[in-house]
Ligand binder design. Structure first.
Ligand SMILES: [Zn+2]
Ligand SMILES: [Zn+2]
Length: 418
């Protein structure tokens, strides 16, 4: 099936001569045209009935500059935003979208491979530093044992950052530096795991590596987004992803390219490429069965010499609407239309605006942290040994910065005493 799209509606009628062009309201030598063929973050409102999905990671565990690992951001016209998987390298993609971090506080993790949650720490700590004034909320599956569940993984990750957090408490607004984990049963079949503000998220089991992985559906305002995370084709996805508006499912590198480009042995390529993951031919079968308004294939390196192979193999089993995802692909979804574009982002991003006011550190932050982690309060300061190593020759230069700030801002900033 080949989609022509709405040529007249989007771009205006074709203008054939200069005289006509000069008087056409749609084509002008001096006026900007709209709508744009690309998405520039923070230049378009989201309509109250619209869903916008942005791919912030579409690649492999071995991240590369062109592709981070699994991450899809879902933005809804009611103001809610949801992150599905936060694979290695994806936090920097999210930063490029210039979204206040208070709005990026909900993460759903499909399974605990690094390429699906390896950037959680960056969103957790970097997000708190740049404006998330509330705990990060994480939803993720249980496992066959407690050690194989999301709560365990996140708790150990927080423990891993004990030194990092110990050095920040007392210096910054600490309200964002904690994680609330909502672990749910991985065996839940189309089980509701989130329901708020007209949004329902459900989980169903996936088949991948070990027991534990899940896929998600999100429904809001009559629109349905489905995210497979990683899975071998399974009966639950075929049933519960049916009639999705946007169905995102893994589609692995084609087996010959696993041998040629990823240097797998043929045995390993066949096993990993068809039994642990979903081969392009199998991806096509799944989509032909569920018939989404738009099928999205991700989890392969999308290059000039791999894309045709993936596409041709999908097309042996599926002829419906298809997006071969890459990082920063954007889908604007309404009941009437699904518009697919690429985002053009500013790479040199600084902090987005604050969605809520930052507070100065609270008295008692250190005490509370010490109690929670077992780190003695006195270890949350420099020891005398380290303190006495401060080189006092810089004092005068630094005092200058304080007087400069006091003068410029019209209030007195006291230089800290030792
Ligand atoms: Zn995986
Ligand atoms: Zn994966």
């Amino acid at each position: 099936m080949y989609m022509w799209g709405n040529i007249d509606g989007q771009y205006g009628r074709t203008v054939f001569n200069a005289a006509e062009a000069a008087t056409s309201p749609l084509v002008s030598p001096t006026k900007a045209r709209s709508p744009l063929d690309v998405y520039f973050p923070n230049t378009e409102d989201l309509a109250s009935d619209e869903m916008r999905v942005i791919a912030c990671g579409t690649g492999m565990p071995t991240t590369r500059a062109a592709q981070a690992a699994a991450c899809f951001l879902v933005e809804l016209g009611n103001g809610d935003k949801f992150i599905f998987d936060i694979g290695s390298g994806s936090a920097e993609r999210l930063s490029s979208l210039q979204i206040p971090y208070d709005f990026l506080d909900k993460v759903f993790i499909g399974h605990l491979h690094a390429d699906h949650f390896g950037s959680l720490a960056e969103l957790f700590i970097g997000g708190a530093l740049l404006g998330r004034q509330r705990p990060l909320q994480v939803w993720g599956p249980s496992g066959p044992t407690p050690e194989l569940g999301t709560a365990y993984a996140v708790q150990k990750m927080e423990e891993m950052y004990t030194w990092d957090l110990s050095g920040r408490v007392g210096l910054v607004d600490f309200r964002g530096y904690s994680i609330k984990v909502n672990e749910f049963d991985y065996r839940g079949v189309n089980a509701v795991i989130y329901e708020e503000n007209g949004v329902t998220v459900r989980s169903f089991p996936a088949i991948h590596s070990l027991d534990g992985p899940v896929s998600f559906s999100l429904e809001w305002n009559g629109l349905k987004f489905v995210f497979g995370s990683d899975t071998y084709p399974n009966k639950w996805f075929v049933e519960y992803a049916k009639d999705a508006d946007l169905a995102v499912h893994e589609c692995f590198v084609a087996v010959p390219d696993l041998v040629k480009k990823m240097r797998f042995t043929p045995e390993q390529a066949l096993l990993v490429g068809t039994q642990i993951h979903t081969a392009p031919e199998a991806f096509g079968k799944v989509m032909a069965e569920i018939q989404p308004r738009m099928a999205v294939a991700y989890h392969f390196f999308k290059d000039f010499d791999t894309t045709a192979e993936v596409n041709d193999r999908i097309r042996t089993t599926y002829d419906g609407p298809l997006s071969l995802a890459e990082d920063f692909m954007v889908w604007n979804i309404t009941k009437d239309d699904i518009r697919v574009r690429m985002a053009i982002v500013e790479e040199h991003t600084w902090a987005p605006p604050l969605a809520s006011e930052a507070k100065t550190p609270q008295k008692g932050d250190k005490k509370r942290f010490s109690k929670e982690t077992g780190v003695p309060v006195e270890a949350l300061h420099y020891s005398d040994f380290i303190s006495e190593g401060r080189w006092s020759e810089v004092d005068e230069a630094l005092r200058g910065v304080y007087s400069e700030a006091s003068e410029a801002l019209g209030r007195k900033f006291e230089y800290p005493s030792k």
